[in-house]
Design a protein around this ligand. Sequence first.
Ligand code: ADP
Ligand code: ZN
Length: 735
Amino acid sequence: MSESLVNVILPLPLDRAYTYRVPPELDVQVGSRVSVPFSGRILGGVVVEEGVPRPESGKLADVRKVLDEGAPALTGELLDLSRWVSEYYACSWGEAARAALPPEGSTRTQLFATLVDDADASGLRGIRQQAVIAYLTTHGSTPVADVVSATGAGHATVRGLEEKGFLRVTEEESLPDEVSAGSGTIGVDRFHPTQRSAAEALAAALADKKYRSFLLHGVTGSGKTEVYIDALQRTIDQGRSGVVLVPEIALTPQTVRRFRRHFGAAVAVLHSRLSAGARFDTWRRIRRGDYRVVIGPRSAVFAPVKDLGLIVVDEEHESSYKQFEPAPRYNARDVAVVRASMNDAVCVLGSATPSLESFQNAKAGKYTLLSMPDRVPLQGGGSAKLPRVQIIDLLAARSPDRPDSVLSVPLQNAITRRLEKGEQIILLQNRRGFSPVLSCDTCGKSPECPDCSVSLTWHKPRNQLRCHYCGRSFRTPSECRECGTGHLEPVGAGTQRVEDDLGDLFPEARVLRMDLDTTGRKDAHDDILNAFGEGNADILVGTQMVAKGLDFERVTLVGVVDADAGLLFPDFRADERTFQLLTQVAGRAGRSDLAGEVIFQTRNPRHPVILHAKRHDYLAFASETLATREFLKYPPFVRAIRVEFRGPDEPGVRLLAERFANMFGRVPSPLELIGPAPAFVARVRKSWRYLALLKAPRSLSGARTRQVIEHVVASLGRVQKGYRINIDVDPMGML
Ligand code: ADP
Ligand code: ZN
């Protein structure tokens, strides 16, 4: 038999495949993951072609191992999709394939612990044993490894409980009763009219089995999730599968639970906080065809489902759909549309505040717009209205007896009223820590991170200064290091400061804080949200985490401590982000028959973004902002490409950026170059950053745009060691 040769792509920025020999004892197919030697290292790659002819010159190395057991890791469909990703997002095919590959893990079967229903655990005295029981009570069937790491109990404790008959340990996850399929949903016959027309439009498209994309623009609480469930059920009934993307699993437990309740064991949840082994196991079972619906964050857009019929992208405007590091720097929302089109599938992008890109695509007829402008009418016949929003001018409304409080008198009064009625409150302050800056009362200087060009944030509980870019932390000095005499005074407010003020003003209120600092532990999100949902707290204070899809009936007041926080960034998306955040957080109030109220505190009470958000007027916001974007030639009217130059010293990075600009000037192309200029945060983790923005006309294809950029980069020759040029197509921002 003649020798067998294959082409393999590697997860490096090399834009070609390499040929290897396959030893006869290995079973290799297109899509198989293999390990191969490459310039002195062993790398994991993917086979993209079999039976290739021997190249003219050079010695060929052997494929060392096949890493898959059974079917190849990547199906032909996912290979094609990753190839598209590499072309559009300007990275190598091997880098793009990395996003579609299963999580690192082994096929060792996982052991799951499940509580035995009628076991009476009240007599157990061991703290560890109780912790395990409590954990399984709230979490249901869980991998033993996760139980052990979450509770601090040993494997012996788990085994002991199994021997005593309190729990079962099995190789497969067993589903608790509450997730049996087919319950807990509204059902089409009870859909209200706009919900019904949206559902019918999707049903018709699914019945056609041809590609179509929809933008489902529905205000918060309009019943979008029910529409997704209906469309998914139809997909399953056709014998096809669906994928649901959510911005972050940990922040949307309520939504995930609703899908679980309806589809039961047919749903796989790709939870990024599961152990690698557990994620791999889920991936393997998806590949095997065990599930009909997959829910997950952005990477789930590559889930290896069979017969894809529907992809839903919930909260499609969310920036977490965009991957920054490493390449591929893809936006899962846009990949979802492409994947649907490659599979004759339907794609639904849903949001109360669609991204301007998607909205423009709907206006241009690329997507079909479905609108649900009203909240779902209430059971009792009343109508859940969008909450009334009041704007408080911070410069006019300082608290006279407490001029230093971050809560204005009207907000304080509103909190008092809600506390008296036993209702709940959400306060948004989109900044963690106590105060973002400490400033010397004598010389005015602020302590900065030695590795990043940003002020350090004061974290009061441990009296630390922390860098929110690189994570380094320092003891807070007792006097200013610059002048040696002055005192450092806090300037501005973070979530800890809001929590502190609440403690002073409402000592009897029970306050929970949710931000990156309180949610480091696995399940911390869930614990905080459960505690709040069960009424064990009156006020939830947090960063943008509290603005996401939370649905708590007793929340009647939402306060935004500083509505201006996001407006000041030098970024073309600053307005859009602020509008989305304000609208989304406002949507948390008044979701039941208790009327809701929202207060925005601002220093810019006449700012159009704040006024549009006050009126819940997405359409006015969108048309105004799109007009500005068109005039200034920003996305979605051009394709933006952010070019980042990085390196260990400022002059070197500047030189690299300037050489790029010069070279660009010499290559005739329809692209326009803005910059380069030092980044807003010019140094992160000791690495200097310059940025340039390229604007490509929409009429220029992605492939052609990429060619121009690659030509310029290639003409620069070899970039010095330690320096890098990162290309980000459709960047989320310019920071
Ligand atoms: P969204 O996803 O747009 O925020 P949801 O799908 O969460 O909206 O719906 C909001 C609430 O209204 C949920 O509690 C949901 O169960 C309920 N709901 C949705 N559609 C209907 C309907 N047709 N009749 C009654 N309740 C509904
Ligand atoms: Zn730093």
